[in-house]
Each structure stands twice: as C-alpha cells, then as structure tokens.
Ligand binder design. Sequence first.
Ligand SMILES: C[S@@+](CC[C@H](N)C(=O)[O-])C[C@H]1O[C@@H](n2cnc3c(N)ncnc32)[C@H](O)[C@@H]1O
Length: 439
Amino acid sequence: MIFLKQYLIVAGFTVLLVSSKALSNPTTTTKLPLNPPSILLIPNSPTFELEEIAKSNSKKIPGSSSYGRAWRSWSVVGTQHIRSQLYYNLPHPVNNDSTQKLEFELGMAADQGIMPSFADPGSRSGYALDFFCRVHLLADLLVDSLATQDQTTNSHLNITRKDPEFISKSFAKQLHHLFQPHSNTPNSNSAERNACVQMTSIGGGPGYDFVALSLLASYRNIITSCRTNSSCTTTYNNVQSRVFDYEEGWADLVDAMSISTQTVLSFPTLQNRHNHTCQFGGKCDITQPLSHPSNIHLLESIPDTQLFICQYCVAENAVKLRQSNFIFFQQLFQTAEENSLFVFTETTHRLWPDFLDLIRQSSLDYDDVNTVDYNIHFPIHRGRGGSSGWQMFLHKQKGAQISSEILHQIENFRKDHYMHELKLEKGFTRQQKKIRGGK
Ligand SMILES: C[S@@+](CC[C@H](N)C(=O)[O-])C[C@H]1O[C@@H](n2cnc3c(N)ncnc32)[C@H](O)[C@@H]1O
C-alpha cells in the first residue's frame, strides 16, 4: 500500500490524503471504482469531528450568507465520509466499463427521453459512488429555501443574501415547519418530542435523497442543541425515508447507503435521540397509473408522506410519460395530502410546462385558470461546479395562485423545449466524452 502522506486542513481539521490503492475494497475483487474516495479524516472518528465542526458554526445566524457557506463546507466533509463508508459497504464490485456505458447512456436519455437499464449490479455500484453531487444539489436547494424562512424569522437582524430570485415563500414556510427542531418544556407530550420528516423518494436508488435530508436534519439538530437552554429538552428531527424505484436490484445498495449514513451521523451530543432511517419500499413505475400493481407499495405510503423527492427520473422517461398522459403524477398530485411538498430536480427544465398543464387539469373546480391546488416555484440552483439550472418545487395548497413571474418562466421553458425538439429533428447526437490529451 502506498500512502501519499499529504495533509490538508479542512475547516480546521487535519485531513490525510491517501492513494486510491490504499483504499482498495475487499468486496471489489478486480477493478477499483472510477473515483475512489480521496480523503480520510484522522483520528479515526469522522462523527466526532463532524460534530465539532458543526458546533463551531453554531453562532452563525440562520439565513445569513456565512451560515450558508459554513453549511456547504460541513456538508462536503460529511458527504466524503459517507461515500468512504459506502465504498467499504458496497454489496457488489464496481464494473468500470459498464458504469461508463451507463453514464453515457444517461446523457442521451435526457436528450431523447428514454431511460437506460439499471439492471447490472456492477454499474449500480459505480453509479452510487459517482453521483454524490445529487446530495449537494438537493440539500443546498433545501438549505436555500429554509434560508428564506430563516430570514423572515430573523428579520430584526437585517440579514442580506444575494439570491432574490429565490421566491418560494409558501414552500419554505412548510419546509421550515418540518425541519425546525424545537425546545420542549418538561411537560411536553411525547409526540412533540419525536418529530419525523417523512420522505418518499421516487426513482430514488441508491438513496442520495436520504443522505441529503439526513445531513441537513443532523446539522440543524446539532446547532439547535448548542443553543438550547439546559433546562429544556430538544425535539430533534429524524428522517424516515422510503425509496421506490423501477429497478428492484437497488434494494441492497439502499441498505448499504442507509448504514453508511447512520454510521457517520451517529452524534454523541444528540444522545441517541436522533436516528435517521431509510428502507427500500419496493418497485414503482412512474409511467404507469398509481393503481398499477408496480405502484401498490408507493400508493400505500402516500398518506404518511410529507415530502416527495424525484431526482433525475422525469426527463429520462419523457417519451413514456407523455404517452401515458402523465397519469402517474396526475394521480399522485390528486392523492397527496394537503401541505405535501414535492421536489423535482432535472438536468433540464424543458418538462416543467407539462407539469403546469397537469396541475391545471386537476384543478378544474376553479373559474380562474391561474387558481390551482399547488404553489409552484422554480428555484435556480447554482451547482458547486459552476453549472446552474431551474428545478421545480410544489406545495399542495387549495386555491393557490400562479404568479405572473411563474407564467413568464413557463413561456421561456416552452420556447427552450421547442428549440430542443428542432435540434433533435436536425439530427443532433451526443458525442462520447473526449479523453484529455487524446486526439
Ligand atoms: C438517473 S437515475 C436517478 C437516480 C437518483 N434519483 C439520482 O438522483 O441519482 C434514474 C433512476 O430512476 C429509475 N427509473 C427508471 N425508470 C423508472 C420508472 N419508469 N419508474 C421509476 N423509476 C425509474 C432508475 O432505476 C434509476 O434509479
């Protein structure tokens, strides 16, 4: 084993860089993953160090830019630890060739609207290690949204932020309600002491949505515990997550992701009163009605769900979704409980107008076409690697109004969709990634 023996300081802690060979996984018999984890924290307690970093941030004001920056640094370290754990817990060895093929096909899928197969266990393992950027995408969107509500709560502190386009007030208020740990008096009843965020992940293998929510809840729990008066107890937020996916082979990887996350986030300060859980709930198929046998378990979970997440599953299924007239989402939107939240993230915003049409179709009781049963928002996400894109948030609320800003955005999205169709008609095809230095 060759250790590179290089040291870095991340948020005040020493980090040891190790070579990929030093991290070779006993379960990966032949090949190394495409991007093996590159750092380990020393001493050997990532949990302890993560907790210390979070505590050192506890004086920052929620909603402020410095709070947002501190969160981002913390979540990078947390994600690296979880990925390192997952690396050792993988149920199947990574197959580099089939993973690369799958990743290329996924790029085409977003263009063409036809999802590739996730049936190969070796590419599922490769995918699970390679797409932790999804954790940051989701968690940062939610943190930005919570910040708008935190700013309202702390308005007397005159916090300024640079994201005026983030206007999802109703979504933010409900999200804040779900994620706000609170202090109890000794007389509080047990239900108040045991708050859970119940999340359903659609097309959610290998469980990134769970990782994102658990990091977010844990961070807020630790910070609240530092601020709480010692005569009070605190209700910490627990994430309870169920993952549904067309590919049932994800089940073992969801377990591995869940264990890896729990291991890293078992903070002593929270005294075992925080325990995030995630299980594979079964098959689902977003191109079939909710009543279809494939969707039976998902249907059962709807009344208990407060937050639905669907990342990178819609544009890749666009052809079948249109053929089915989006029946799955039509029925899901009708069945979800009042105040349910939905987060959709995608590589493109081209399908969001179809969703607006859907929401209008299922809100025919109103005389006004812009009065519907969902608040709609398109938060812009600026990725850590410089990319950006409009994602979609929905909050179920009877009689919600579609604002003129949203209508304007939708018109632009429709134009982009039209231009994309023209480009495909003219024969656009995606090229394989060029190898650096090659011809
Ligand atoms: C591009 S991956 C996204 C996975 C994960 N949500 C993420 O953000 O990395 C697409 C996922 O959708 C699943 N999937 C494909 N077709 C589906 C369908 N018709 N219904 C439900 N899930 C589907 C795949 O098995 C895969 O797990």
